[in-house]
Design a protein around this ligand. Structure first.
Ligand SMILES: *Cc1c(COP(=O)(O)O)cnc(C)c1O
Length: 451
């Protein structure tokens, strides 16, 4: 009988009670976000017209390395945390690699992805500060599901703009949001000025996260008692997600190992930041040499081929201008199935860290991602989200390099979600009707040259 330990958990009193704010320890702080109205660095006051004041404070906090997790949020975390740290013996064997592969399984959250880690505190802060409604955008629907549930938990009404292509491709995520009591609208819609403008210009617009953000921001701005909330990109979202890496650090200790490479898929950066920042802290402060790899889709390559510039977070230019790697806010990503990775920009913290060489990025083709996902499914019994497949593909590439060199490296990746709501995408891959999407340098140039 094989007695090797497969999964590592924390007891309830070992679960971290603070998040880690890497902004306090960064050698170079990110440049300030700029207000689209005043053209000056944005203030907490201004930002809190849109999002909760506490989230705004966290967003701009570059001094406190540790931020307390509110007790009611800790209580909700205990419903599903700690999530398991799993040694992927099955995958190691399938690859014949000497590498030790671990994954942090965020797919066990009630909504099936890491997104709930930030939805809970964001809804909590809005409620505390007197909001009655909350609104947001969602791509594939994971964030919408997480915020719909968190809104129900803390007693808020939730309205979600879902990217139209995902609304049609993934009808069951819409049903899940509705099951939690949220109101779901496909975006672009005729219910906002931003949506109308876009539909007038492009009647067949399939939607994008940038467009859906414009609609949700507009609703929040024009509705009393309504706050906007984001599922990725922003620094406070990355902050909340550090619960992933902080737990993983303690769990790796129980396994008696420390990662040589930490890998996460990359949409706006929240799950990558979540698993990476607590370990990156030891690179910055203690001279550790761990590598950090963000895996993005070949069709939306902001980290590997984007431009570092000031850009808007949404298509209509309602959000603050952020210093980030971007493909341009008018970039229209191809309709790949990893809906959560179809976003034109990267968070300001991750962008600065990439610029400073503290992390790396790789791009993964759509077919390569599904091939990796199916290999993982067969080896570990979990069907990964199409987004997570990108992290798996990058991990497999590292493990295969270890096979060539004979190195016993320790690899850790974040399984950001399961793919049980994405089986139509798997169907298409298995039947051979999926393709790859690459974009030309000219395409990238034309969207970023004026930024
Ligand atoms: C939203 C999502 C992503 C991408 O967002 P990040 O903020 O980059 O983490 C990745 N995986 C899953 C399962 C998601 O739901």
């Amino acid at each position: 009988m094989d007695k090797r330990q497969k999964r590592y958990f924390l007891s309830e009193n070992e679960i971290p009670t603070k998040w880690y704010n890497i902004q306090a320890d960064m050698p170079n702080k990110p440049a300030p976000m700029i207000s689209p109205e005043t053209r000056q660095p944005i203030t907490v006051e201004e930002l809190s017209k849109l999002i909760s004041k506490e989230a705004a404070r966290q967003e701009l906090n570059i001094t406190d390395a540790w931020i307390d997790i509110p007790e009611p949020v800790q209580e909700m975390y205990r419903y599903y945390r700690s999530t398991p740290l799993v040694r992927a013996y099955g995958l190691e064997k399938a690859l014949g690699t000497p590498a030790h592969i671990y994954f942090k399984n965020e797919s066990v959250s009630p909504v099936g992805s890491h997104k709930l880690n930030s939805a809970l505190p964001q809804a909590y802060y809005c409620k505390q500060e007197g909001a009655t409604n909350i609104t947001t955008e969602t791509g594939a629907g994971q964030w919408g599901c997480a915020l719909s549930y968190a809104s129900k938990v803390f007693g808020l009404e939730c309205a979600v703009y879902q990217v139209k292509i995902s609304y049609e491709q993934k009808p069951y995520r819409r049903s899940v949001m509705q099951a939690f009591g949220a109101q779901v609208t496909p975006s672009p819609s005729m219910s906002t000025r931003a949506g109308k403008d876009i539909l007038t210009k492009y009647p067949n617009h399939q939607g994008s996260l940038g467009t859906a953000i414009s609609e949700a921001v507009e609703l929040a701005r024009t509705t009393p008692g309504c706050k906007y909330s984001l599922g990725s990109v922003m620094s406070h979202v990355s902050l909340h997600q550090t619960i992933i890496g902080l737990e993983a650090e303690l769990q790796m200790q129980k396994a008696g190992e420390y990662p040589d490479v930490v890998i996460g898929c990359f949409g706006g950066g929240s799950n990558f930041s979540g698993i990476a920042f607590p370990f990156m802290r030891h690179n910055i402060l203690d001279g550790k040499k761990t590598r950090f790899v963000a895996a993005e889709p070949e069709s939306c390559p902001k980290l590997t081929r984007g431009k570092f510039c000031y850009d808007y977070g949404d298509e209509s230019g309602y959000t603050p201008l952020m210093p980030m790697f971007s493909l341009g806010h008018s970039f229209k990503p191809a309709n790949i199935h990893a809906g959560g990775l179809r976003y034109h920009g990267a968070g300001v913290v991750v962008s600065q860290l990439l610029k400073d060489g503290l992390m790396e990025a790789v791009d993964i083709s759509q077919l390569g991602s599904f091939e990796a996902g199916l290999l993982f499914a067969k080896a570990e019994g979990i069907v990964p989200a199409p987004e997570s497949c990108h992290a798996i593909a990058a991990t497999i590439a590292e493990a295969n390099r270890c096979k060539e060199t004979g190195e016993e490296k320790v690899l850790l990746f974040c399984l950001s979600g399961h793919g049980l709501m994405d089986m139509s995408a798997y169907d298409q891959y298995i039947s051979g009707s999926l393709g790859n999407y690459t974009i030309s340098d000219e395409d990238i140039m034309s969207n970023t040259q004026n930024l």
